[in-house]
Design a protein around this ligand. Structure first.
Ligand SMILES: O=P(O)(O)OC[C@@H](O)[C@@H](O)c1c[nH]c2ccccc12
Length: 252
């Protein structure tokens, strides 16, 4: 986050761009296909600090395959140094699919929420654990003003409570501790039941790889899951998503 703050200070001001009509991210997650237990936000990234390099450089082709396999939204990493992404990937993916697109990055300022909207993001990720209450509120207000959905992520119950108090409606529980990069898929299962009546949309994030884990996430209150690595490890990420969605049998 310190690096992100330094980079932002050096960036030139925004130039206006034509923004495409936003797609409704919350609605896409809540409106599940018939017989489907929960929605999947499928993620594209070229590499990650925890997973190394993935065998798919063409994130647009992967995003198309995810959509064809039933993804309700696509998450695009736009961080360059750690994830090999760029804002251009967001633009290219959004043009290639018809589902909403989430900009996944370590945003540190309201100005970047505005920037995300101008680049065509339908949603942005905000990380509660890394933002002060005031920053979170300001970024949420900007998101509302520019009509970008904000998925506010927390790794602990305390940060999830801060997110709700700041006015977050879409809350993600990250199974991965961003400080240690360790993943415990039980994290979201423990925290989500305490939030389920108060968040409009609940998302379980990171480390998910099996139908059984998705069923558990649903039982704990998840409306959606955010999945990257386990799909990107497969030679055919679309097939991996179909398998995860239990085209072989995941039903309520
Ligand atoms: O690739 P995974 O383990 O399926 O996880 C996806 C997503 O949850 C993860 O990439 C993530 C969650 N929160 C983040 C914040 C920044 C960067 C990345 C992330």
């Amino acid at each position: 986050m310190a690096r992100k703050r330094r980079e932002l200070a050096q960036r030139p001001p925004l130039s206006p761009r034509a923004r495409p009509e936003p797609r409704d991210f919350a609605d896409a997650l809540l409106r599940r296909a018939p017989g489907r237990l929960l929605s999947v936000i499928a993620e594209v990234k070229r590499k990650s600090p925890s997973g190394g390099a993935f065998p798919h450089a063409d994130v647009v082709a992967v995003a198309r395959a995810y959509e064809a396999a039933g993804a309700s939204a696509i998450s695009v990493l736009t961080d360059g140094p750690d994830f090999g992404g760029a804002l251009e990937d967001l633009v290219a993916v959004r043009a290639a699919v018809s589902v909403p697109v989430l900009r996944k990055d370590f945003l540190v300022a309201a100005r970047e929420v505005e920037e995300s909207a101008l680049w065509g993001a339908d949603a942005v990720l905000l990380i509660a654990d890394a933002l002060e209450d005031g920053e979170l509120r300001e970024m949420l207000a900007t998101a509302r003003a520019v009509k970008v959905a904000a998925l506010v992520e927390a790794h602990t119950e305390a940060h999830a409570e801060r997110a709700l108090a700041a006015g977050a409606e879409l809350v993600g529980i990250n199974n991965r501790d961003l400080a240690t990069l360790k993943t415990d898929v039980g994290t979201a299962l423990r925290v989500m039941p305490r939030l389920r009546t108060r968040a409009r949309v609940l998302v379980a994030e990171s480390g998910l790889k099996s139908v059984t884990e998705l069923v558990s996430a649903r039982e704990a209150g998840a409306d959606a899951v955010l999945v990257g690595e386990s799909l990107l490890r497969d030679a055919d990420p679309g097939r991996a998503l179909r398998r995860l969605l239990g085209e072989e049998g995941l039903s309520p």
